[in-house]
Design a protein around this ligand. Structure first.
Ligand SMILES: Nc1nc2c(ncn2[C@@H]2O[C@H](COP(=O)(O)OP(=O)(O)O)[C@@H](O)[C@H]2O)c(=O)[nH]1
Ligand SMILES: [Mg+2]
Length: 301
């Protein structure tokens, strides 16, 4: 399936909600307040956030009140406005250090481990050498899961004993990455958000210890978010920002939700680069984030 088709089918739950909504909202011949209100509600229902929805409503009102507006026109307009919101955060990850350390954080089940595998496969295809550290040491299944992917992709996985010290592991993995001349070291972490203090201590310790090996590390702190959690993803960004500071986002499971508008809400609220989107479970289902492609797929414009 082509890149575009996969993105479109991945976002289909959200785009169906949006396009069916547009059909049922824009029934009056000319744009009036009632239609604008319903339009705002529709945008909110896809988790674009109240701020985005209100701003788009006000903008449409200013530009088109009492005028005729067709369905293709409104879709085109919406796609363009969403593109403008997304453009500042649509970015790819720049790998400029060797080894470049990517610390991957996020709550359990968000898609950290699969995202590491998917990103690493792409890096390998670009000829980069990758090493992993299985820093989610509390769940033995998590370590095994990484090892299964590692065997499949022929990537070495640094591990420690169950419940072992993730910071020590990260330190050792960094040394190994230097020795093996790896381009990228990806560190998986535990995501036990229910114990915020523990999580904070653990992540802080990983960063502190990594800095002993290389003061500029970690170069990327990547937060993985599950789109199906909708507005909850916004809270997760705030929490992880506070705990550790984030400079990249990946949003997964866009294929399983009508809440894909959360990508727009995240772009609007935080200026954190979104480096990729997950639209399925297999390795080719991680897509680079292009503002215009995403908006057009979302709105079916
Ligand atoms: N449908 C879908 N499933 C995903 C996506 N990303 C991850 N998953 C699934 O979500 C589940 C949790 O992912 P995992 O990487 O183990 O999460 P972690 O706990 O954060 O490491 C797994 O079953 C993955 O296959 C995605 O983009 N789409
Ligand atoms: Mg995991």
């Amino acid at each position: 399936m082509s890149f575009w088709k996969k993105l479109k089918s991945g976002l289909s739950k959200t785009s169906q909600t949006l396009t069916q909504g547009i059909t049922s909202v824009f029934t009056h011949k000319k744009l009036d307040e009632e239609t604008l209100d319903a339009f705002e509600d529709l945008l909110i229902s896809t988790d674009m956030g109240v701020k985005t929805a209100t701003e788009l409503r006000d903008l449409l009102k200013k530009q088109r009140l009492h005028q005729e507006i067709s369905e293709p026109e409104i879709k085109e307009w919406l796609a363009e406005e969403i593109t403008k919101i997304l453009e500042p955060v649509a970015a790819s990850l720049t790998i400029d250090k060797k080894p470049h350390v990517v610390l991957v954080v996020g709550v359990n089940g968000a898609g950290k481990t699969t995202t590491i595998a998917k990103l690493s496969q792409q890096w390998q295809e670009e000829g980069k050498k990758v090493l992993w550290a299985a820093g989610d040491t509390f769940r033995s299944a998590a370590v095994e899961q990484l090892q299964v992917w590692g065997d499949r992709l022929n990537i070495d996985v640094c591990t420690t004993k169950s419940g072992g010290d993730a910071a020590g592991l990260a330190f050792d993995a960094f040394q190994k990455a230097v020795q093996n001349k790896a381009n990228i070291l990806c560190i998986d972490t535990a995501g036990r958000l229910q114990n915020k203090k523990h999580l904070m201590e653990e992540l802080e310790k990983i960063v502190r210890v990594l800095k002993k090996a290389e003061p500029s590390a970690p170069h990327t702190v990547l937060l993985v978010l599950d789109a199906t959690t909708g507005q909850n993803a916004i809270d997760q960004v705030k929490i992880f920002q506070e705990i550790i500071g984030i400079n990249a986002l990946v949003i997964t499971k866009l294929d399983g939700t009508a809440k894909g508008g959360v990508v727009v809400a995240l772009a609007k609220q935080f200026s954190i680069p979104i480096i990729a989107l997950g639209v399925g479970e297999s390795a080719e289902d991680l897509k680079s984030f292009d503002a215009s492609d995403f908006s057009r797929a979302l709105v079916s414009a």
